[in-house]
Design a protein around this ligand. Structure first.
Ligand code: GLU
Length: 446
């Protein structure tokens, strides 16, 4: 059966490069197997979820090259979550608790003081109907805990191999808050089961949840999906990424001019068996990613690697891949392809081409260049049309006339023509600058 995977962010912030990792691992997993990708918005937190963040998630995924096949919103599935909660209550697996956070904290401290693990003692399970009624008469409203089976849950993890969670060492998790809203745990199981998710690929911060959630799948009589828990992307000092790290948000990276392929490569190949390197296409990347070879150690990355990756991708971008963007930078269509081939090797980001286009069209800074060379260059300036050979013929003539060669010949010309001491190969740039502007710049330099 073709897999159905999902990426399930909460629309409470912008996606960052750390979120791109599960998004891409899921999308690439499906892509390599003819499967489908569901975007599920975990928007049960009504206060913090916004339509703006929800729209931004779709936009940012599209930028990465991920177009979901299916959509779901948890907020639209509340009746399904309620039905599941009722079933668990009827089965005796979801029980009401009345402790306040302060009471729980006091008990926790007592347990720790006695050297006991600070897990919930299930005191509420022992309440009689009368005691419950008395608490409710006091105005207390229950929160609801899932009664775990005290056993070990084991599964074959796509990343970690044989994995297990000892549920006897866990507190019975709260699934429903006193105000009736759900924590993430139950709605996720209900939606994964009812929407037919076959593979749950997510960060290793969810391993313990998986132990609990497998028991919920079983209690509700659902088939259990395959799980894979990947290592998390962290910065070089081991710091995790949070949605607050604005500069590594996908939109921040996009606005900074990085190619989606550079971000994809960094997000996916870091901490995998493959070297982090530029990979232009999604299919190519999908073929490289093998969940079983993802490392167990944190996936440490250095955001500065993006510059190197981006530059290598940009140097290989064919003209047709950038025509629209060059037009937006003001490069006319007729010149765009030749201009791109002339400058791409000098760029880290595509947008920097604007600088070189300004050098082509001028005005350039009048340069302090060797007057003898500049004068000889003006006198030997070839007639148009100009082509790829013009630079060679022209500089040969200047060399004949002045005896200058190498840097002494080329640097004054570069300075006079561009106002800069570095830049793209002039044989490619020269025909774009054109005879009229070249003559004018030589005149200014003298
Ligand atoms: N909304 C959850 C999160 O962002 C989804 C986790 C999961 O993939 O199950 O952590």
């Amino acid at each position: 059966m073709a897999p159905l995977v999902r990426f399930a962010p909460s629309p409470t912030g912008y996606l960052h490069i750390g979120n791109a990792r599960p998004a891409l691992l899921n999308a690439l997993f499906a892509r390599a197997r003819g499967g489908r990708f569901l975007l599920r918005l975990d928007d049960t937190d009504r206060e913090r979820s916004t339509a703006t963040f929800a729209a931004a998630i779709e936009e940012d995924l599209a930028w990465l090259g991920i177009v979901p096949d299916l959509f779901a919103r948890q907020s639209e599935r509340a009746d399904r979550h309620d039905a599941a909660a009722e079933r668990l209550k009827a089965l005796g697996r979801l029980y009401p608790c009345y402790e306040t956070p302060e009471e729980l904290e006091r008990r926790r401290k007592r347990q720790l003081g006695r050297g006991l693990p600070p897990i919930y003692d299930r005191a509420a399970l022992a309440l009689t109907p009368d005691q419950r009624a008395a608490l409710e008469a006091e105005g207390r409203r229950p929160h609801w805990r899932f009664k775990l089976d005290h056993r070990t849950v084991a599964w074959h993890d796509l990343v970690r191999g044989e994995a297990h969670v000892d549920c006897a060492s866990l507190s019975d998790p709260v699934l429903v808050r006193a105000d009736g809203t759900y924590l993430y745990t139950l709605p996720s199981v209900v939606d994964d089961a009812e929407l037919g998710i076959t593979h749950v690929i997510r960060g290793e911060d969810h391993v313990t949840n998986t132990g609990v959630q497998v028991q919920i799948f079983e209690a509700l009589g659902h088939a259990i999906p395959v799980f894979g828990h990947h290592n998390l992307l962290t910065t070089a000092d081991g710091e995790g990424l949070s949605k607050r790290l604005g500069h590594l948000s996908l939109r921040g990276l996009r606005e900074a001019g990085y190619e989606p392929a550079a971000v994809r490569a960094l997000a996916v190949l870091t901490g995998s068996a493959e070297a982090v390197r530029p990979v232009a296409g999604l299919d190519e990347l999908a073929a490289l990613v093998d969940l079983a070879h993802i490392s167990r150690a944190p996936a440490k990355f250095d955001p500065h690697e993006l510059d190197g990756l981006n530059a290598r991708l940009v140097h290989d971008l064919p003209p047709e891949a950038v025509r629209g963007r060059l037009a937006a930078l003001g490069v006319p269509e007729a010149a765009a392809d030749a201009f791109w081939l002339a400058v791409r090797a000098n760029l880290v980001k595509v947008a920097e081409a604007a600088e070189w286009w300004r050098v082509v069209t001028g005005p350039v800074e009048p340069a302090d260049a060797d007057p003898a060379i500049v004068a000889a260059a003006a006198e030997t300036l070839p007639p148009e049309p100009w082509g790829p050979e013009t630079w060679k013929t022209w500089t040969a003539a200047v060399k004949d006339r002045t005896g200058a060669r190498g840097k002494a010949l080329f640097m004054p010309l570069r300075l006079a023509l561009t106002g800069l001491d570095h830049g793209p190969d002039l044989s490619a740039l020269l025909p774009l600058i054109g005879r009229e502007r070249v003559a004018e710049r030589l005149g200014q330099a003298r």
